[in-house]
Design a protein around this ligand. Structure first.
Ligand code: NAP
Length: 265
């Protein structure tokens, strides 16, 4: 991966306090990146930073920010703009589950602010420097939910469809540069995501679950290959392939039935 000032590789990871973001931070620390770790939970970030710095010769800076709020988000944008990043991992995100008309509208808005607005703003902060240096990469964490409407998860699926469309469009805009983009589209991954979304029970077979480490390994391998859309795991690759070909009305019905079966209705 490309390097910033003084030959050091530096990555900023949002949502680094848990789940996929934390797995990115650990893997990137092992790969010798200096890190900027962003999330709201200061204690968790500081503990992680201490652990990652010890004995590795890298630095891990903690940047506490609620990315749904303009002021803290601007501080992160500023830090990105001055940081000579080699890699931005736009990972922080959450989902809401249930019939849309019953969900808290403020929480739905927060979901869009985090999954969409923050991701767009941070990409906008990172890209000019990367293009000027003609190196660097942005991984936008999306989901397999991006490939079809997701009833009972409607806002979430729509935010991830945005992420894929946005990332694909940017990749075309900057084609010819050495800057790489990726929309990372995991399926069910064992993190705090389901609990935070208030999902009581997820009835999916055990083979369908991935670990955050598997997701991160797939993402970074795909980035090396210059692959724009990364769907980790053979079963999810097959699923998204079929979704692309099947009639949309059928896809909506199956997706709705799955949404119901997750115990949300
Ligand atoms: P997670 O374990 O719940 O972690 C979410 C991370 O986002 C945490 O570090 C959290 O930290 C941070 N975060 C939440 N709200 C934030 C806010 N307002 N401002 C800043 N940071 C915030 O979930 P995860 O599964 O790792 O999710 C990471 C990404 O993967 C998300 O974009 C999610 O949509 C995507 N994804 C997950 C799955 C899955 O099954 N797990 C599947 C597909 C896609 P703080 O609470 O400390 O702020």
């Amino acid at each position: 991966m490309a390097r910033g000032e003084a030959g050091k590789k530096r990555a900023l990871v949002t949502g680094a306090s848990a789940g996929i973001g934390q797995a990115f931070a650990r893997r990137l620390a092992r790969d010798g990146y200096d890190l900027i770790l962003v999330a709201r939970d200061q204690a968790r970030l500081q503990e992680l930073a201490r652990e990652l710095e010890s004995g590795r010769g890298i630095t891990a800076e903690v940047l506490v920010a609620d990315l749904t709020k303009p002021e803290p988000r601007k501080r992160v944008e500023q830090r990105i703009a001055e940081s000579h990043l080699s890699l931005l991992v736009n990972n922080a995100g959450f989902g809401t589950v249930g019939p849309f008309y019953r969900l808290d509208p403020d929480r739905e808005e927060e979901e869009i602010r985090l999954n969409v607005i923050a991701l767009v703003r941070l990409a906008r902060a990172a890209l000019p420097g990367m293009l000027e240096r003609n190196h660097g990469a942005i991984i936008n964490v999306s989901s397999v939910a991006a490939f079809q409407p997701t009833p009972f998860n409607a806002t979430y699926g729509a935010t991830k469809a945005f992420v894929n469309s946005f990332t694909e469009a940017l990749a075309e805009e900057i084609r010819g540069s050495q800057v790489r983009l990726q929309a990372l589209c995991p399926g069910f991954t064992r993190t705090e995501f389901q609990k935070r979304a208030g999902i009581r029970e997820v009835r999916v077979p055990s083979f369908a679950w991935m670990t955050p480490e598997e997701v991160v390994d797939a993402s970074l391998a795909a980035l090396q290959r210059g692959q724009l859309i990364c769907v980790p795991g053979w079963s999810y690759k097959a699923l998204t392939h079929v979704t692309g070909w099947a009639p949309r009305a059928l896809v909506r019905r199956i997706s709705g039935a799955l949404g119901r079966s997750f115990g949300q209705e």
